[in-house]
Write a protein that binds this ligand. Structure first.
Ligand code: SAM
Length: 335
């Protein structure tokens, strides 16, 4: 029986309505804050298949999940990803699902934007940390700025409900571009969120040295723009400011300086099907084992998800000075 009654409520009364699903740990970029230059990726047999991902998301949406974000690694480098978008898009007709969103580095958006919109993808978040071609290459190690800018243009024209930019700001690396990135977003009628660097996985720099807080970014932006506190919520952890005389918002995702745990409504699923109850803690449930050991037993899968609510922690405890806090990279966890 298909049911969409909310059933995912944790010990602290928080209802889980949002799943972020990482569909691959592979990426065509090697962003310095995200990955090491030499990465060992997961053996393919460990990854959930696209069919398993669609099945798992059906379970979540029948349990009351309203919003799904597909991420990675780079989700658009996974073969046949357009098939997956169609499967998830169809869940809007039969489950609680209302919104299907994708986070991408933009490199494949020229190819996929139209198919994504047709499948029912509502919003895309595109990572953009610099508008300078050399620096973009340095920060992403392999990325090409002009390809990503063409992808942003394609996304704008494809008819998504919203296209948003995400920028990770690092001290001494791109903190001088906070204003330029905001101006680019506004000129293109897009929102932008600034993300504080999180200590996930070992990378080649000391995280503490590159840390640049949202408050510093906000101070810079206030000098240039008339920003009003906005009550807008997109269901995610961003705090928003409205740019006066425009329809655009500037958001901040600040796990360090502004703890957002008390309103946490989300869980993550890793590429290998591990349900993570908190980005900053190790509490998890192996959903792949259930899917593979009990094929087609949807009730058992749903019960495991319901039971997992008992171990969702109250909050994460990031400490930027600890190296690293968690050994998993964001690419596995799903940003
Ligand atoms: N490849 C896609 C992209 O580039 O957006 C999706 C995956 S990526 C892991 C998702 C987001 O996480 C990106 O905006 C990226 O900048 C951010 N991210 C990755 N590692 C991070 C870290 N250590 N701290 C903060 N944000 C991080």
């Amino acid at each position: 029986m298909t049911t969409s009654t909310p059933q995912l409520i944790d010990r602290f009364g928080r209802q889980v309505t949002y799943v972020r699903m990482s569909i691959t740990d592979r990426c065509d970029f090697r962003c310095v804050y995200c990955m090491d230059e030499e990465m060992t990726f997961m053996p393919r047999e460990k990854l959930l298949t696209l069919e398993e991902i669609a099945y798992l998301l059906k379970a979540f949406c029948e349990l009351g999940v309203e919003k799904v974000r597909i991420t990675g690694g780079e989700p658009l480098v996974r073969r046949n990803v357009d098939w997956l978008f169609q499967q998830i898009g169809e869940l809007k007709n039969s489950t609680a699902l209302k919104e299907l969103n994708v986070t991408t580095n933009g490199s494949q958006l020229v190819k996929y934007s139209d198919a994504m919109v047709a499948a029912g993808v509502d919003r895309v978040n595109i990572s953009l940390d610099s508008l300078k071609a050399d620096r973009f290459r340095e920060l992403t190690r392999t990325g090409d700025l002009s390809t990503v800018l063409a992808g942003i243009e394609a996304a704008k024209n494809a008819g998504f409900k919203r296209v948003k930019l995400n920028a990770v700001i690092m001290k001494g690396r791109n903190d001088d571009e906070v204003i330029d990135l905001a101006r680019f977003a506004i000129d293109n009628d897009m929102d932008i969120s600034y993300i504080e660097e999180m200590p996930l996985g070992q990378v080649s720099h000391q995280r503490g040295e590159s840390f640049y807080s949202s408050d510093e970014a906000l101070e810079e932006l206030h000098k240039e723009f008339d920003l009003q506190t906005s009550l807008a919520k997109t269901g995610g952890p961003s705090r928003y400011y409205q740019v006066a005389n425009s329809s655009n918002k500037i958001g901040f995702i600040s796990p360090h300086s502004h703890n957002f745990c008390d309103t946490c409504n989300r869980v993550r699923v890793t590429t290998e099907g591990r349900l993570l109850l908190c980005l900053g803690q190790e509490h998890s449930v192996d959903l792949r084992a259930i899917i593979r050991n009990y094929p087609g037993d949807m009730e058992r899968l749903k019960q495991a998800i319901i039971d997992s609510m008992a171990i969702k922690p109250e909050g994460h405890e990031f400490d930027i000075k600890a190296q690293p806090v968690l050994f998993r990279h964001m690419s596995v966890t799903g940003g």
